[in-house]
Design a protein around this ligand. Structure first.
Ligand SMILES: [Zn+2]
Length: 342
């Protein structure tokens, strides 16, 4: 089959469009003919390589996959050949205490398609049967592939971790990012008031279309000052973080007393400082969040199919141009998802 493969870590140029062996499915797995694979920042980290994270090489990246079932393993009973599916990215052991409790994102063996396992930047990918999600028929392949990772992550952060309540104020950083565009919609769905940030007025206008109530241009305005102004000096109840070093101090300073900061990433770096006096005297909560659980993704897919949440596709590249798509995502000028069409 044709696939994007890298044999060493590095810049986008290590991604080669080449022949790779077709995956062989196990009894509890399906073979999916990939139609579209959306990119995430995770793809960039995996390609560049991370200290103490031994990605198996050669490697096929790609975590967000939509396609058609081409073959099923001998024990598969819930999907059939020819069925359209979206794949949940997280693959867990399915047997440990966390997995049987439905907390598969806390499984110690959990990984993603395209992370420690070969992913969807290929004509075919294999995945466990339990990772098959119903296909939202109102969406194109490219839109469907744009849903799982960012919506699951944003849902888990806001709903499970930060326990967002109707009427609360939320600061969503990075309206133009995949998780940001998902978080704005989820926060509005739960009846919150949303302040969002972006580096251009064009991106902010799109953030407003998604439902954001207040907009901050982080290139021309200071986030913490604007948040104070918008909230009458109170601050926000929840900060939705994924940017890291570049925004961390503003994020903390934007919290109201008893506010919660929830984070799923660090696209600009992982070094962060905190004034402990501020943490305890204002009774703040810092919440880490990683991916989400499969049941949340089933809920998300239902809301997507009903048109209540919608994935935002910025640009589609052919699979063969994965290197150009990585460089484009790295440049950060997108609004929404960058997707490979297979
Ligand atoms: Zn497990």
């Amino acid at each position: 089959m044709k696939a994007i493969v890298f044999e060493q870590h590095g810049g986008p140029e290590v991604l080669k469009y080449t022949e790779a062996p077709e995956p062989v499915v196990r009894a509890n797995e399906v073979l999916v003919r990939v139609k579209a694979c959306a990119l995430n920042h995770l793809d960039l980290w995996v390609r560049r390589g991370m200290p103490n994270v031994p990605i198996p090489l050669p490697h096929i990246p790609g975590s967000d996959i939509a396609g058609e079932i081409a073959q099923i393993g001998s024990e598969v009973t819930t999907v059939r050949v020819g069925q359209k599916v979206v794949l949940a990215p997280l693959v867990s052991c399915g047997k440990c205490a966390m997995c049987v409790a439905g907390l598969d994102n806390r499984c110690r063996q959990a990984t993603n398609l395209g992370y420690f396992l070969d992913g969807g930047c290929a004509e075919f990918v294999r995945a466990p049967e339990v990772n098959c999600l119903p296909y939202p028929e109102n969406l194109s392949w490219e839109e469907a592939a744009s849903v799982p990772l960012v919506f699951q992550t944003a849902w888990h952060m806001l709903v499970a971790r930060a326990e967002l309540q109707a009427g609360e104020d939320v600061l969503v950083l990075g309206a133009g990012s995949g998780v940001g565009s998902a978080a704005i919609q989820i926060a509005k769905f739960f009846g919150a008031r949303v302040i969002t940030t972006a580096g251009s007025d064009e991106k902010l206008a799109k953030g407003k279309e998604l439902g954001a109530d207040f907009l901050i241009n982080h290139k021309t305005q200071k986030i913490r000052d604007e948040v104070r102004r918008i909230t009458n000096k109170r601050g926000v109840d929840v900060v939705f973080e994924h940017v890291g070093t570049a925004t961390w101090e503003d994020s903390l300073a934007s919290l109201a007393p008893s506010g919660r900061l929830v984070t799923c990433g660090n696209t600009t770096g992982y070094d962060a400082k905190i004034d402990l006096r501020f943490l305890f005297s204002r009774q703040l909560s810092l919440l880490g969040s990683y991916m989400g659980v499969k049941s949340e993704l089933h809920t998300v897919m239902k809301l997507v199919a009903a048109g209540r949440l919608r994935p935002i596709v910025d640009r589609v590249f052919p699979l063969a141009e994965a290197a150009a798509a990585h460089a484009y995502l790295e440049a950060g000028s997108q609004f929404g998802k960058v997707v490979l069409k297979v």
